[in-house]
Write a protein that binds this ligand. Structure first.
Ligand SMILES: [Zn+2]
Ligand SMILES: [Zn+2]
Length: 728
């Protein structure tokens, strides 16, 4: 009796055996329905054999096999790598790779296929396979006679058994559909400059081999043109390209550029903001090889792609590639791993590369490709001015220099962007007499004052309450909002420039699906003069009439205890600064800061991120911080501090005992409260562990994780975070 080993999305670190009823087509990668206790669960078959240690009377059958293509080998391998590297169960890692509506399995077709084509994998594997199967051989010979293609009209007229064979080949990645008006001849819309040309040539030369590139290009240097030009020959040979982007909001814009540069190309987008039906269609189009470009956020790294030829990760430094809960994987690192497994080049693009990638390039593991100049020959780097913050506070945050500069833009019919990384009206509310401060009752954090409607809100847990009329401590009625958020600046700007058309962009104003696109259209149509908003505005949007960028409140990052805060600030400043003056009009950036000598601001003024990255790396090396060490975080939370402390004390003792044998050394630090010590009513604590060697840390973590599972104390929830985004 055949036995299938199934990985299920549960916390148990094991797979489960089921017997396979006759007539069910079960093989590794198949998505199946089974019973687990009283529940029905969807899981993935990881192996099929004849042995099991489960007693026959306890062995249950596979209930159903979903009518979706099986997960291909490299996706199964990627999930296994992620499970092992990030210390999660295989079932939970595989759940990330399952198609979006694995429960239903409704088949939705993607692009319209004109021609079926043998993939390189098919051309290699099929000749041998079909010698044993005469019926399949006949179908294969039709492909062989017609330059490896079969028109869809002919495929439709095939006898049923050959149609089944064709479907099987598609699912195995041996055959892919080519849409009606596909690529190849359609060139780029404009010519590339020398640096772009060299980059494209280097990537092309690496075709068919695992070669990681760091595409280091200043903002506006045309990285997207390089991606598309490098992808064009891959498309022309019938293969697929995977492109990851950090933000859902950027995908429609990028798709529009792709359609313009490569008309007729079939594109599948995959991100969590899409309705399940659309995501399912995209998943199928990717799996069948119909979609030539698969474009998406983090999760798209798991897309099944039988003819993968190139991987691109745009804005590789972006924090959103690291999942912050559940399986805490890093999609950029997963993309590099997958490219390695498939033997294809991977391009990591950024204007402000992560220190990890920068170090890889410096030490020769990644090949660096520089785009030092802006692609538009009329564009020059923006002029940068640092102005004091202190004087501005009295005037609702907007200093004289900023006010004059915005006024000048209004007079010339140009646009301004005012950036502050805080939504709401003011980040706190204080009593002028006794210094009472509004605190979240469930978090160790201040409440943010909001207007329209007036409310105190917690940005960590969502708690909201009425604004008190008087101080609850001393009865004083003079309660003052302290600091500046987007709402307050919007008001201040409206008061200073009554005739200006102003829009605010932050999480509060862009809840609706198309709200952000609407604002972008208004900016493009020049029906807006001033944009005020959070970091949503920092990325990738090109507005030719936008010539001024003002940055407020950036100094807050300098007070952060997170070791990555400075790196993030510099990246953000360079990104947001890059929005100014992208076409023929010169741009200006004004930053209000009380620390003009700080390295992050100096990098912006000098337009030299590389020097800044080198300086920061030297600092990290001296402090033995990532990327010079490899780190993991044990995070624990519970309703009572004593439970957290007791658990972490056990965990620490177990860790110290295990680390004693570790070679090279693994450092286990003492338990400390998290930066946000209480969130949503839960007390939080953590332990940092580090090692100079990744392998040593990995060995330690597997042993430690087993020990952690044995610590009594069910009231504590814990998780390991490998390569954490920060130590907070
Ligand atoms: Zn008071
Ligand atoms: Zn809260």
């Amino acid at each position: 009796m055949p036995i299938a080993r199934v990985a299920l999305p549960v916390a148990a670190a094991t797979t489960f055996d089921y017997w396979v009823p006759e007539g069910l087509d079960v093989s590794p990668g198949r998505i199946v329905r089974v019973t687990l206790g009283a529940r029905k669960v969807t899981g993935v078959v990881v192996a099929v054999g004849h042995d099991t240690s489960v007693a026959p009377e306890k062995l249950h059958p596979i209930t159903d096999v979903l009518a979706v293509p099986p997960l291909p080998d490299d996706v199964l391998a990627l999930a296994a790598f992620i499970a092992s590297y990030y210390q999660e169960t295989l079932g939970l890692a595989l759940a990330l790779a399952m198609p979006p509506t694995a429960g239903g399995g409704r088949r939705v077709r993607g692009a319209v296929v004109a021609t079926w084509q043998l993939t390189p994998a098919g051309a290699q594997a099929l000749p041998e396979r079909v010698t044993r199967a005469p019926a399949a051989r006949a179908l294969f010979e039709r492909f062989a006679h017609a330059e490896r293609t079969l028109p869809a009209s002919e495929a439709a007229a095939l006898p049923p058994h050959q149609k089944r064979t064709l479907r099987a080949w598609r699912e195995q990645g041996f055959v892919a559909g080519v849409p009606a008006t596909d690529v190849g001849a359609a060139g780029m819309s404009h010519t590339l400059n020398d640096a772009q040309r060299i980059a494209v040539d280097e990537i092309a030369k690496a075709d068919g081999t695992f070669t990681p590139f760091l595409l280091n290009g200043v903002t506006g240097s045309g990285k997207t043109d390089v991606y598309l030009a490098a992808a064009a020959p891959v498309f022309a040979s019938g293969r697929q390209v995977l492109m990851l982007v950090p933000e859902i909001n950027l995908t429609p814009q990028l798709v529009a550029r792709v359609r313009h540069a490569l008309p007729g190309l079939s594109v599948a987008t995959l991100h969590s903001g899409l309705p399940a039906g659309e995501r399912m269609a995209a998943w199928h189009a990717a799996a069948a090889g119909d979609a030539k470009l698969v474009l998406g956020t983090r999760l798209a790294v798991f897309a099944p792609m039988p003819a993968l030829g190139l991987v691109v990760v745009d804005e590789e430094q972006d924090a959103s590639y690291k999942q912050q809960d559940g399986v805490r994987y890093h999609a950029r690192d997963a993309a590099v791993w997958r490219a390695h497994r498939r033997g294809v080049p991977v391009v990591l693009g950024s204007a402000t590369p992560s220190l990890e990638s920068w170090l890889h390039a410096r030490e020769g593991r990644y090949r660096r490709l520089d785009l030092p100049v802006r692609a538009d020959p009329r564009a020059s780097p923006p002029r940068v001015a640092l102005t004091p913050n202190r004087a501005a506070r009295a005037q609702d945050g907007i200093g004289d220099r900023m006010r004059e500069a915005i006024g000048a833009r209004l007079a010339r019919g140009e646009q301004s962007l005012v950036f502050v990384n805080r939504r709401g009206f003011a980040p706190s509310l204080v009593c002028a007499s006794c210094r009472w401060e509004a605190q979240c009752p469930r978090c160790s954090a201040r409440l943010t004052t909001h207007r329209d409607p007036p409310r105190l809100r917690c940005h960590h847990c969502g708690h909201a309450e009425r604004v008190p009329a008087a101080c609850p401590e001393c009865g004083n009625v003079d309660l003052q909002p302290l600091g500046f958020g987007t709402q307050r600046l919007e008001r201040a700007l409206a008061a200073a420039f009554p005739a200006a058309r102003i829009a605010r962009v932050d999480r509060d104003t862009t809840q609706a699906r198309h709200a952000f696109a609407a604002v972008r259209d208004q900016v493009g149509a020049r029906t807006l003069d001033i944009l005020v908003g959070t970091q949503m505005l920092a990325k990738g949007h090109d507005f030719p009439r936008l010539t001024l960028v003002c940055v407020l409140g950036a100094d807050n990052a300098l007070y952060s205890a997170d070791f990555r805060a400075t790196e993030r600030l510099a990246a953000l400043l360079m990104q947001v600064g890059g929005r100014a003056g992208r076409a023929g009009l010169p741009g200006e950036v004004i930053v209000q800061t009380d620390f003009p000598e700080h390295a992050a601001y100096a990098a912006l003024v000098a337009d030299d991120y590389g020097r800044f990255a080198d300086a920061l790396l030297a600092e990290r090396q001296a402090l033995e911080l990532p990327p010079y060490t490899h780190a993991a975080l044990l995070c624990a939370d519970a309703h009572h501090r004593s439970d957290v402390d007791a658990f972490l004390a056990h965990a620490h003792a177990a860790g110290i005992a295990l680390a004693a044998d570790a070679d090279p050394a693994v450092a286990v630090y003492s338990p400390v409260p998290a930066l946000l010590a209480r969130r949503a009513g839960l007390e939080r604590g953590q332990i940092v562990v580090q090692s100079a060697r990744r392998a040593a840390l990995q060995r330690f973590l597997s042993a430690w994780r087993a020990a952690l599972a044995d610590i009594p104390g069910r009231r504590v929830r814990w998780a390991l975070d490998v390569d954490p985004a920060g130590f907070g």
